[in-house]
Design a protein around this ligand. Structure first.
Ligand SMILES: Nc1ncnc2c1ncn2[C@@H]1O[C@H](COP(=O)(O)OP(=O)(O)OP(=O)(O)O)[C@@H](O)[C@H]1O
Ligand SMILES: [Mg+2]
Length: 503
C-alpha cells in the first residue's frame, strides 16, 4: 500500500501480573483501508486496541497518529481526535435512549447550566443514524432494540465525532449470520469516506471478504502482514496458529444409541408444533437464521422459558415444565449463547464459575472441599486448553474465547447425559474451535447426546450426525448428514422448500 499510515504503533509492550502479553508490536493502518487483526484467543488483540485508545497504558513503545506520537489518558480523548473503538462487548446503557447513548459524554448539547438540548441532540442522532442507513426512533431506550440496531448505535456513537480511525473488535460476534452483510455495507461506506478501519474477527470468511490487509499476532509478536490481494485465507490461518490445521472438523462415524430426549408438540412464543428426538451418542445440529426460534426451543427444554404447550421427555419420562432444576436433574445441560448475560459471573474466579452449577459435588461434611475443587478445575483447564494464569484468575480478565471455554467447563462438570450447546464457538479462535469440535466429537462417542444450535453452516455440516432446520418457528427440514449440501440447509432455513414449513 502506497498511502501513509494514519495510525501506527511502534514496539508496544504490555504485561499483566508479570505475564508479558505484548512483546513489541508494530502495527499500522492507512486511510480508506480495512486492516484485519487476527490471532488466537488471548493473543492480545483487544489489549493492543485498548492501549491505542487509552483504556490501558502500555509498558513501552509508542503510538503515532498522523506522524506524531500521541498518548491518551482515556478513550474520550482518543475519540476527540478521531480514534474510536467499538468494544468486543457492547457498552451501551440499556435504559437510556438511542440519542443519549450516542452523545452520552459530549458537551455540545448542554448549555452553561448543564441542561441538555434534547431537540438538537435527537436531531443530530437521527442524522448520524440516517447516514448509516438506519432510521429507528432515537428516543427509544436501547434495550428495546435488536442486537443489530444496538450495534448501529455503537457505530453511530463511534463515528459521530468524525472518526478517522474506527476499531471494530469482533463486531460480528453478536450478530446473526444473515445480518453480517448489512454491517459490511456500513463498513464499506466508511472506507469509501476514507476512514481507516481495524477489523478484528475469528471468522476467517469475513476476514477474507472484507479486509485489504491482515496483521497476524502470535505469541505477543506481530508475525506477519498479509496483503489479501495476493494472499489466501489459508496463509492467514497458518500464520495465526503456527501450523496447518488438519482435520478441522473431526467427525467420527458412529451408530447412535437409544433415544434420550423427546420433544413433543412444543408450541407458543412463536414456536409451532416442534417435535423431534435426540439419541445418546449423537450430535444433532439445529440450524436456523436469526428469529427462527432455535433459542426458544432450547430455553423451553431447559425450563428457562415458559412452554405454553407441549412435552419434553427424558428417557421416556416427562420433565416437569418451566423448572430449570427439573431439567438439570433430568441430566440436561445448557450452554447459552450470551456468556455475559447467562453463562458466567465475570467478576468471579474461573474455579468458582466452574463449580457453581454443581455445588453439592464439592461439599463434604457441610464444607466446601477445596482440594477437590482445585483438582477438577485443573482438569477442566487442561482438557479445554484454557489459557489463563491459574484457576483464581477472574473470568473478566480472560480473553473472549477463553471465557466461552469456562462456560463449557461449568456444564461438563455436572456430567450431563444431554448437552445443549447454543453457538458454542462464537468468538472462539480457529485453533480453539477445532479443539471444541474435537471435544464434542469425543463427548458424543462416549455416549452423550448433543444438540448443537448454530447459525454457522460449515460448523453444522462439519460435526453433526443429523441436522434439523428451523424457519419461523417450525422445523422445516430433517436430514441425515451424509453428503448434505449447504444449499439444502439454506433453502430449508429460508422457508423455500416444501416440507411442512409453508404458512
Ligand atoms: N485486565 C486484565 N488483567 C489481567 N490479564 C488481562 C487483562 N486484560 C487482558 N489480560 C490477558 O491478556 C491476554 C490477552 O488478552 P486479549 O483480551 O487482548 O486477547 P484477544 O486477542 O483479544 O483474545 P480474544 O480473541 O479471545 O478476544 C489474555 O491472556 C488475558 O487473560
Ligand atoms: Mg479480544
Amino acid at each position: 500500500m502506497s498511502a501513509e499510515p494514519i495510525l501506527r504503533t511502534s514496539k508496544i509492550t504490555k504485561g499483566f501480573f508479570g505475564v508479558q502479553v505484548l512483546k513489541g508490536i508494530d502495527f499500522e493502518v492507512c486511510p480508506g483501508e480495512i486492516m484485519g487483526l487476527v490471532g488466537e484467543n488471548g493473543a492480545g488483540k483487544s489489549t493492543l486496541m485498548k492501549i491505542i485508545t487509552g483504556l490501558y497504558t502500555n509498558d513501552g513503545g509508542e503510538i503515532i497518529f498522523k506522524g506524531a506520537p500521541v498518548f491518551f489518558s482515556d478513550p474520550g480523548k482518543a475519540r476527540d481526535i478521531g480514534i474510536s473503538i467499538i468494544h468486543q462487548e457492547f457498552n451501551l446503557f440499556s435504559n437510556l435512549s438511542v440519542a443519549e447513548n450516542i452523545f452520552l459524554d459530549r458537551k455540545e448539547f448542554r448549555n452553561r447550566l448543564g441542561q441538555v438540548n434534547w431537540k438538537k441532540m435527537n436531531e443530530e442522532a437521527r442524522k448520524v443514524l440516517s447516514e448509516l442507513g438506519a432510521s429507528f426512533d432515537v428516543t427509544m431506550p436501547v434495550r428495546m432494540l435488536s442486537v443489530r440496531e444496538q450495534q448501529l448505535v455503537e457505530i453511530a456513537k463511534a463515528v459521530s465525532t468524525n472518526a478517522q480511525v474506527l476499531i471494530m473488535d469482533e463486531p460480528s460476534a453478536a450478530l446473526p449470520d444473515n445480518e453480517v452483510q448489512n454491517m459490511f455495507d456500513v463498513v464499506r461506506m466508511l472506507k469509501q469516506k476514507g476512514v481507516a478501519i481495524i477489523y478484528i474477527s475469528h471468522r476467517m470468511g469475513e476476514i477474507e471478504q472484507i479486509c485489504d490487509r491482515v496483521t497476524v499476532l502470535r505469541d505477543g509478536i506481530n508475525v506477519d502482514v498479509l496483503d489479501m490481494k495476493t494472499r489466501k485465507i489459508d496463509d492467514v490461518i497458518a500464520q495465526m496458529v503456527g501450523r496447518e490445521i488438519k482435520d478441522y472438523y473431526p467427525h467420527t462415524s458412529r451408530e447412535p444409541g437409544d433415544e434420550i430426549l423427546k420433544v413433543e408438540e412444543m408450541s407458543g412464543d412463536g414456536l409451532k408444533n416442534i417435535s423431534f428426538t435426540v439419541n445418546r451418542k449423537e450430535v444433532v445440529g439445529l440450524y436456523g437464521l436469526a428469529g427462527a426460534g432455535s433459542t426458544e426451543v432450547a430455553e423451553m427444554i431447559m425450563g428457562l422459558r415458559l412452554m405454553p404447550s407441549g412435552t419434553v421427555l427424558m428417557n421416556g419420562e416427562p420433565v416437569k415444565k418451566n423448572a430449570i432444576e427439573a431439567s438439570m436433574a433430568a441430566g440436561i445441560g445448557y450452554v447459552p449463547p450470551d456468556r455475559r448475560q447467562e453463562g458466567i459471573v465475570v467478576n468471579m474466579p474461573i474455579a468458582d464459575n466452574i463449580i457453581m452449577a454443581n455445588l453439592p459435588k464439592y461439599i463434604k461434611k457441610g464444607l466446601l472441599d477445596f482440594k477437590k475443587i482445585a483438582a477438577s478445575t485443573a482438569e477442566h483447564i487442561k482438557e479445554l486448553a484454557l489459557k489463563c494464569n491459574g484457576a483464581d484468575q477472574t473470568v473478566l480478565s480472560l480473553s473472549g474465547g477463553n471465557q466461552q471455554k469456562v462456560v463449557l467447563s461449568k456444564w461438563l462438570d455436572r456430567n450431563p447425559s444431554m448437552l445443549i450447546l447454543n453457538e458454542p464457538t462464537r468468538g472462539v479462535d480457529v485453533g480453539a474451535k477445532s479443539e471444541i469440535y474435537r471435544l464434542i466429537d469425543e463427548l458424543a462417542n462416549s455416549g452423550l447426546a448433543i444438540l448443537l444450535i448454530s447459525s454457522e453452516v460449515p460448523e453444522v455440516l462439519g460435526i453433526s450426525d443429523r441436522v434439523l432446520v428451523m424457519c419461523r418457528g417450525r422445523i422445516t427440514g430433517e436430514y441425515k448428514n451424509e453428503n448434505l449440501g449447504q444449499d439444502v440447509l439454506l433453502k430449508a432455513a429460508s422457508g423455500t422448500t416444501g416440507g411442512d414449513g409453508n404458512e
